[in-house]
Design a protein around this ligand. Structure first.
Ligand code: NAD
Length: 486
């Protein structure tokens, strides 16, 4: 039974009040450990430690020194790969083969990537003509923004948290992280790696707890936090935005999605089916980029739905450490209750259930887990809640379309604007349609193919700002202009 503590000022500490909450294995419902719940005292201690660290040498390291520290963090994660892997899978229930290929290696890569990205982060300079013709030189300097509040979700805990922490540290900031209450373990484990990599105490801090009236809200409301970066639900983003307004603190938000998949009749059917199965069911549909609305050109609609059904029915539900498992449970019973409300609403609103639609029978101890069946529906109207709201489960609604203009209008008919996947072998059409979609990222004949140099984020209710490459480095630095009369 594990006990997860806060990491403040380079040390693991329990809550002053000794208040704790229970963590459960999503696959069985069994208790797997307890986590200390932070309150005002812990947030105060972490923010003070982070502020103090900025007065030390951390923000003034040379480029070579900083790059070396970041690479040592990446090496430290890789050196303890199996420990991180087991912790992440234990907290989330996601299959080991997925986390070993995506979550843990990408988390290490976040640090090595930003170590290298920093080297190419250029300053601007301009020559200004002056009347005496000597001119003036204006150049920019980028400085750390200060103490960064990092609030992260449970679906890819270490990957999404380090996606923020790595560039923040690369730019010389200190951070206070509030990981999701569902998945506290890897953020805590990273503290050890930070110490071993020579990160000074107070640069990386973790306080566990919940959102409202708990560590999350206290962190975003703390006046000595200079900027807040958040990944999670849109409604939580709205609350955090209000907190950030006090003190006009900067924010970067990666929020929810209701992502369309668009399949044209001229697609490569095998690739489109395989890619769509991944985009709907990977991580049990708990990815902000998951496809939940699928539009298929009428000429191939019936065949596509049959092939999707076959693929969904071949998914293997099981424990994360079982080698054959391809689909894990949802994160918690609470989340399962929410997803099952949508499964019920789909039937009430007249959906045709192509496959799934309920709860699978799981053997032995798995019977107590947060399982739902992979589910495909057709036949719902465009204003159905299933088509409009983010469900965050292993499910999608499929609808036929007849023309390019029609499918562009359907895809854009949403308050979200995060991602889209488009399948067509007609390159001109792919470019034409992709550019008309109101999303931060549109994949063509692929899904979740990430180049860390490119901007990532969403438009409309899916976020504010972009992270990735130079876009992250810009957010985590304060820009200063210096004008020198020559
Ligand atoms: P959530 O918003 O419920 O929680 C995210 C984090 O915010 C948690 O750490 C939580 O404790 C904290 N929190 C909650 N209320 C808070 C408050 N009032 N003040 C401060 N912190 C608070 O989201 P979740 O359920 O953990 O994650 C799922 C959501 O995240 C989905 O909507 C998904 O689309 C989104 N998401 C988006 C991206 C992206 O890159 N756009 C990536 C992953 C997940």
């Amino acid at each position: 039974m594990r006990e997860v503590k806060h990491f403040i000022g380079g040390k693991y500490v329990g809550s002053v009040s000794d208040r704790r909450f229970v963590n459960r294995d999503p696959a069985t419902g069994a208790k797997i450990g307890e986590t200390h719940e932070g309150g005002h005292e812990e947030i105060e201690a972490a923010v003070s430690a982070a502020r103090a660290a900025l007065r030390g040498p951390w923000s003034r390291l040379s480029l070579d020194e900083r790059t070396a520290v970041l690479h040592r963090i990446a090496d430290g994660i890789n050196a303890r790969f199996d420990e991180f892997l087991d912790a992440e899978c234990g907290d989330t229930g996601k299959p080991k083969q997925v986390a070993s290929q995506i979550d843990i290696p990408r988390s290490a890569a976040n640090f090595s990537f930003f170590a290298e990205a920093l080297k190419g982060f250029a300053a601007e300079s301009f020559m200004l003509d002056t009347k005496d013709s000597a001119g003036a030189l204006s150049y920019t300097v980028r400085k750390p923004k200060g103490v960064i509040g990092v609030i992260s979700p449970w679906n890819m805990p270490l990957l999404l948290m380090t996606w923020k922490v790595a560039p923040a540290l690369a730019c010389g900031n200190s951070v206070v992280v509030k990981p999701s209450e569902e998945t506290p373990t890897t953020a805590a484990l990273l503290g050890d790696v930070m110490n071993a990599a020579g990160v000074p105490p107070g640069v990386y801090n973790v306080v566990h707890g919940f959102g409202p009236d708990s560590a999350g809200a206290f962190l975003t409301e703390h006046p000595d936090v200079d900027a807040i970066t958040f990944t999670g639900e849109t409604s939580t983003g709205e609350t955090i935005m209000r907190a950030a307004a006090s003190g006009v603190r900067d924010i970067s938000f990666e929020l929810g999605g209701k992502n369309p998949g668009i399949v044209f009749a001229d697609c490569d059917m095998n690739k489109a089916v395989a890619g769509t199965l991944r985009s709907v069911f990977d991580n049990c549909g708990q990815i902000c980029l998951s496809t939940e609305r699928l539009y298929v050109e009428r000429a191939i609609f019936d065949e596509f739905v049959v092939r999707l059904k076959t693929g969904a029915e071949h998914l293997v539900l099981g424990a994360w450490n079982h080698p054959g498992t391809t689909l894990g449970p949802l994160i918690s019973q609470n989340h399962r209750d929410k997803v099952l409300v949508y499964y019920k609403r789909a039937i009430e609103q007249g959906a045709t259930v192509i496959t799934g639609g309920g709860v699978p029978e799981m053997p032995g101890e798995l019977a107590g887990g947060a399982w739902v069946q992979p589910t495909i529906w057709t036949g719902l109207s465009d204003d159905s809640v299933i088509v409009r709201e983010e469900i965050f489960g292993p499910c999608c609604h499929v609808r036929p379309f007849d023309s390019e203009d029609e499918v562009i209008a359907l895809a854009n008919d949403t308050r979200y604007g995060l991602g889209a996947a488009l399948w067509s072998e007609n390159t001109s059409r792919a470019h034409r349609v992709a550019q008309q979609l109101g999303v931060g990222t549109c994949w063509v004949n692929s899904w979740m193919l990430r180049d860390l140099r490119t901007p990532f984020g969403g438009s409309k209710h899916s976020g504010i700002g972009r992270e990735g490459g130079v876009h992250s480095l810009k957010f985590y630095t304060e820009l200063q202009n210096i004008c020198v009369k020559l």
